[in-house]
Design a protein around this ligand. Sequence first.
Ligand code: GDP
Length: 194
Amino acid sequence: MNITSAEFVTSATKPSQYPPAKFPEIAFAGRSNVGKSSLINTLANRRRLVKTGSTPGRTQLINFFDINNTVTFVDLPGYGYARVPAAVRRKWGPMIETYLSGRRTLKGVVVIMDIRRMPREEEFNLITWLEHYAIDRLFVLTKADKLSKTKQNKQRAAVAGSLMMDSSDLILFSAKSRKGREEVWRAIELLIAK
Ligand code: GDP
């Protein structure tokens, strides 16, 4: 995808604050610190469209970005961050489920996992929701550059096994080397075209 524009649109916690549903939407979900912001920035060819490496705040927001006036990227708040107050954590589920279940223009969710970590309860819950709402999903393993090629393939197979998926359905990505950027875009374009 040739990026001509990438802009922040708005933040929201509830549907009345969502922007008008103009374009097909792709949402990004993952554990805090997984590399979600870096993935979005790499896809958008922008250094700081989304702020990276920041401590998750007390308010967790759904952020909307307009890419090329053709697709909306939706940055869902990261989950699994221990230091987020319990009250904020309790709101995560309903906020995300409301978005996932109600957004008509949502074309798919990119489920982001660190290649070095096995999926845990939060990932399984998210995937169950997506299946329940019949939302298409893409699986991206980030920080591939942290492992040798051999270990990348080993981990990819292990994660695939744990999710009962095919290894080839997990895209290996690195924001550092930009490995996998084109593959993720191609998969996103397929979701949008559906
Ligand atoms: P988020 O909390 O999921 O949005 O994660 P960020 O994108 O802010 O990244 C968290 C940390 O991991 C930052 O220090 C990033 O520089 C680092 N990081 C993200 N992606 C990669 C990657 O592909 N490779 C490496 N080596 N580090 C990464």
